[in-house]
Design a protein around this ligand. Structure first.
Ligand code: BGC
Length: 727
């Protein structure tokens, strides 16, 4: 009797578990949840997961209690709410956030811990705003200083970009927010971004352009990736079978979802078979105009459903896409461990400030004019529009609506009180797409005259200028038109410096620029974009409260013609007839400057400090599958500071030309007190030293002698250590 009872209750239990809603069970594995959810969904419900239902959301399955995905830009903070179905602001009042420094600034810190702090803080803001996917960060390579979106990326070196993006993604995703890594791949210019076809050698594609994406997939397991607008091999990257199915999903074994860039999908068959998982923003003409449309008309909506129903595309293709989207949903929107997060917390402002302080790069400091000894000056004149202009606005999709921003002028006034006077000196107006303010020459001349007049009675000038987020400055959907700074800044700085030799220049911008006035000024800092705490971070560095430790993630050339692709003409940038050829091959950025002995204005990895550091003799040894390098750094100056030691490898000679130096490791010291030392231990996995062989379509580790050049920047090598590695 008892046995029979047991048998019956076991049967009931089995029946219960087969109908139990495993997909809702947070204790079940994500793969079990996907399988169960999929088995309950109709074809139409699966299709609904694969395309937008509004500007920034894709649907879930309301009948089953499967949540939708809420997305938002990225990557420097949560974008303001837009209307459900247009690019117009929704005019909410609770969506003001902290603007974090630009990703170029983060890269300049060379501090992996700060990258993690960034990912944590920004994702907490996304979580609190009810988002699941943050559209960012970006790791396209800064191939040209003209690129309007370079500020959203992490510089010119794939190793640095890869190393810096991994902690960001890990920290964000640990909070239950998916990163959407941008823009896969070769989206390295904004001119013709919707149509340009990029021609690049297989070697450069793998070693330079794909490398940071690969690291983000393999080491950070990024949950989503955004396909780019441009084409490769004549096919849009949002549904490029070879790139997405071949490289991302098969070769790299990536289990995430590929999201199209907004309006980057152009064809149902290609989208269906080319690896796209979520189609967003279709029928928006590059954000310029809206047209009447129905989300059901998206390429991956009704047209795709029809092909499935007619048996022209197998159900397995749909199931695979739906599974990938469900995986994202269970990892984020329906993740029981997703954090609640917070918005505009003091901790977030602190993270913002610290990243800014470590990302500011001191490029020149004659006679140690910095840190500023304010007691020496009676009247400090601040000149320049960027001292007051909001640099969190503009720029395109990364534009942010902030709760509070501290401008450079405000922070200088707080610190130096009524010693500070201000003259705008120039103006730039507003330029958004085709709405470009005409510059009135008379107004410009009057602003200049006022600044020059005030300069006569000042005993220190702080010029705050650079680029801004206007169209054709640092802004999406357009590239810069000149390597020079605009709005008469070069002439203005030169004239100011003639009047007052104590001139300090503070520049903002995501790109390098020419500096014809450099010899005339005493000091120069480059600040990228610093977000909400811009002024505080800047003044902390200028005043010496913080010792600068940022280093350039990009080469500043003396003149535009020195950039590697320029000599190849328009074909190599911005392209001819919508074809661009990356003729400089592997020799992007410093790989060109150091291999071809072109002297940059400021080399990759460069950045001054208020203190000095001595490097001990580096050591190298091979341990298992890695090469370990160590070096002892000693603070030999008078102020506590941090140093970034960089390791550039010279690989054994190959038939194909290789750069003479390639960044393969770096580490940043803790804050070292005067006289204090720290031994930095860096490990380079052998796979990091592999080179791409075109004949083999794969990677090889070369046998021979490897030299590891350890230094303070690519041109300031302080010690070398070599090792022989057998093939
Ligand atoms: C940009 C993306 C952005 C998207 C949504 C596109 O134009 O290229 O980076 O995430 O718009 O705003």
């Amino acid at each position: 009797m008892k046995k029979a009872l047991l048998f019956v209750s076991l049967l009931t239990l089995t029946a219960m578990t087969t109908t139990a809603q495993v997909y809702l069970d947070p204790k079940a594995s994500i793969e079990e949840r996907i399988k169960d959810a999929l088995s309950r969904m109709t074809t139409h419900e699966k299709i609904q997961l694969l395309h937008a239902q509004s500007k920034f959301t894709s649907a879930g399955v309301p009948r089953l209690g499967i949540r939708q995905l809420n997305m938002d830009d990225g990557p420097h903070g949560v974008r303001e709410e837009l209307e459900w179905n247009s690019w117009s602001p929704a005019k909410w009042t609770n969506d003001c956030i902290v603007a974090f420094p630009s990703l170029t600034c983060l890269a300049s810190t060379w501090n992996r811990d700060l990258s993690s702090a960034y990912g944590n803080a920004v994702s907490e803001e996304f979580a609190f705003r009810g988002k699941d996917i943050m559209l960012g960060p970006g790791v396209n390579i800064q191939r040209t200083p003209m690129n309007g979106r370079a500020f959203e990326y992490m510089g010119e070196d794939p190793y640095l970009a890869g190393e810096m993006v991994v902690p960001y993604i890990k920290a964000a995703q640990a909070n239950g927010i998916a990163c959407c890594l941008k823009h896969f791949v070769l989206n390295d210019q904004e001119i013709d971004r919707f149509a340009v076809n990029v021609n690049v050698s297989e070697r450069a594609l793998n070693e330079i352009y794909l490398a940071p994406f690969k690291k983000a997939v393999e080491q950070a397991h990024v949950y989503t990736i955004m396909g780019s607008y441009n084409m490769w091999k004549g096919i849009h990257c949002c549904h490029n079978d070879e790139l997405i199915n071949g490289i991302l999903k098969k070769n790299w074994d990536w289990d995430g979802a590929l999201i199209s860039d907004w309006g980057g999908t152009t064809n149902t068959m290609e989208a269906a078979l080319g690896g796209l998982d979520i189609e967003m923003g279709t029928y928006t003409d590059g954000k310029l105009k809206e047209s009447e449309f129905d989300y059901e008309d998206y390429y991956l909506a009704k047209p795709f459903e029809k092909l499935i129903e007619e048996g022209k595309i197998p159900m397995s293709v749909l199931d695979e896409k739906a599974s990938r989207v469900l995986r994202v949903i269970f990892r984020t929107a329906m993740n029981p461990n997703k954090v609640i997060g917070s918005q505009c917390s003091e901790a977030h402002y602190d993270a913002c400030r610290q990243i800014g302080e470590e990302g500011i790069v001191l490029l020149k400091n004659e006679k140690n004019i910095l840190p500023l000894d304010a007691s020496k000056y009676q009247k400090i004149l601040v000149v320049g529009e960027n001292a007051t202009r909001s640099l969190t606005q503009g720029g395109g999709s990364s534009e942010l609506k902030t709760l509070r921003d501290i401008s450079p002028l405000e922070a200088l006034q707080t610190t130096y009180g009524n010693k500070i006077d201000y003259a705008q000196g120039y103006y730039s107006g507003r330029a958004i797409y085709d709405k470009v303010d005409e510059i009135d020459p008379e107004k410009q001349a009057a602003l200049k005259a006022e600044a020059l007049e005030k300069a006569k009675s000042a005993d220190l000038i702080i010029f705050v200028g650079g680029l801004n987020k206007n169209h054709r400055q640092d802004c999406e959907n357009g590239d810069r038109e000149s390597y020079d700074l605009s709005f008469g800044q070069n002439e203005l700085i030169a004239e100011l410096a003639k009047i007052q030799k104590n001139t300090i220049v503070v520049m903002f911008g995501g790109n390098p620029y020419a500096m014809p006035w450099l010899n005339q000024v005493q000091a120069l800092t480059h600040c990228w974009y610093l977000g909400s705490e811009a002024g505080t971070a800047l003044v902390n560095v200028l005043s010496g409260k913080v010792c600068p430790s940022g280093k350039l993630p990009v080469t500043f050339a003396a003149k535009y013609e020195d950039y590697p692709y320029v000599k190849f003409g328009a074909e190599s940038y911005p392209g001819l007839n919508k074809q661009v050829y990356y003729k400089e091959e592997l020799f992007v950025g410093y790989r060109h400057f150091s291999s071809n002995n072109v002297k940059p204005l400021f080399p990759f990895g460069f950045g001054l400090s208020y203190t000095t550091f001595a490097y001990g003799k580096p050591t190298v040894e091979k341990v298992g599958n890695a090469v370990n390098i160590s070096v002892t750094i000693t603070n030999t100056g008078k102020m506590a500071g941090k140093e970034v030691a960089q390791v550039y490898a010279t690989l054994p000679k190959t038939q194909a030309a290789r750069p003479v130096k390639e960044l393969k490791a770096f580490a940043k010291t803790r804050l070292l007190q005067p006289g204090e030392s720290e031994t930095l231990r860096m490990s380079v996995p052998m796979s990091e030293l592999a080179v791409y062989e075109e004949q083999k379509h794969g990677w090889d580790i070369l046998g021979g002698n490897y030299t590891f050049n350890v230094g303070a920047n690519v041109n300031d090598i302080r010690g070398k250590a070599s090792i022989n590695i057998a093939n």
